[in-house]
Design a protein around this ligand. Structure first.
Ligand code: 13P
Ligand code: SF4
Length: 302
């Protein structure tokens, strides 16, 4: 491990590279990264870092977002097959249909989506800023893609708008059941329940706190409680324990893992930096269109 970290430090220096990682990546990857965060933090960082090469340790939509915000930089995604199935769970045809049917509509695109879907949307959001951005949109109708669960959560907080839902979901968060959370709570009655809004509404309704990965980490770190049931991918436990070595964290289910995120390894990061591959490539026209909703998000989330 130490040898690999030393080699990475040397490669980063030689290549003028920076490593960004999402909280769902393996502990080793988070340890090796210069910046670790939620999707919103990572998009802000991606836009602001000065290095020539950005290694994005996450799934492909995250690599695409980095490229959209930095078209002139080399963006490396250490495993080009690291993907988020939800990113593909909406269609351009449906967006066009909705735009024809509703005059006053904003297409709000969860950042967990392909660049092509972003190109046909008005504004991107992450779970950290979706509420704020949707509240501030002037439009009456909101077509929220791809995640039905995050859309439902936002819709309950912004009742004056008309939501058009799309049937996408995250296979991991969507799989958490009421019984799993209830059983964990029975075992640890003092524990607070912290939930990512990609979970189903029944789970969100059981929560003491609802928020993005960094929101969950912040809440648990500031709370007076000593035990927490964490309803999001297990990678966040690394940072939770780093920040709170004396607190206890329980997952509601076994194998609560995002397969795409776990494809990123230290060996693949080293290889990517040695070979400058695999790079994220996007067509110029696509970059021009898909960058707009991302930049809108960064402006509106401030
Ligand atoms: P965050 O924006 O909360 O980091 O979530 C990203 C994600 O992919 C959740 O499944
Ligand atoms: Fe996609 Fe779910 Fe993995 Fe997040 S946890 S990247 S939504 S598959």
């Amino acid at each position: 491990m130490e040898n690999k970290l030393n080699l990475l430090a040397q490669l980063k220096k030689e290549k003028n590279a920076v490593i960004l990682a999402h909280y769902y990546t393996d502990d080793d990857v988070q340890r090796a990264a210069d910046y670790v965060g939620d999707s919103y933090f990572l998009s802000e960082k991606a836009r602001d870092v000065k290095e020539k090469i950005i290694v994005m340790c996450g799934v492909s939509f995250m690599g695409e977002s980095v490229k959209l915000l930095n078209p002139d930089k080399i963006v490396l995604l250490p495993d080009s097959e690291a993907d988020c199935p939800m990113a593909h769970m909406a269609s351009v045809e449906k967006i066009k249909e909705v735009r024809e049917k509703y005059e006053d509509v904003a297409v709000v695109c969860y950042v967990n989506s392909t660049a092509e879907l972003k190109a046909h949307s008005d504004v991107c959001v992450t779970s950290a800023n979706a509420l704020k951005i949707v509240k501030n949109l002037p439009n009456k109708n909101i077509f929220f893609i791809p995640d039905k669960n995050l859309a439902h959560y936002v819709s309950t907080k912004v009742p004056d708008k008309n939501f058009i839902f799309n049937n996408g979901h995250c296979y991991i968060h969507n799989s958490v059941t009421i019984d799993e959370v209830k059983n964990t709570k029975e075992k640890y009655p003092e524990a607070e329940i912290l939930v990512h809004p990609e979970c189903q509404k029944e789970i969100v309704e059981m929560a003491d706190y609802i928020g993005s990965t960094s929101g969950i980490i912040k809440y648990a770190s500031e709370s007076l409680a000593q035990e927490f049931i964490i309803c999001t991918e297990e990678g966040v436990i690394y940072e939770l324990k780093e920040k709170n070595p004396n607190k206890k964290f329980y997952l509601p289910k076994e194998n609560f893992k995002c397969i795409g995120m776990k494809k990123i390894t230290l060996d693949k990061i080293i290889k990517a930096l040695e070979t400058n591959e695999p790079q994220v490539h996007l067509k110029k026209e696509l970059i021009k269109e898909a960058n707009k909703p991302l930049e809108n998000m960064l402006k509106m989330a401030k």
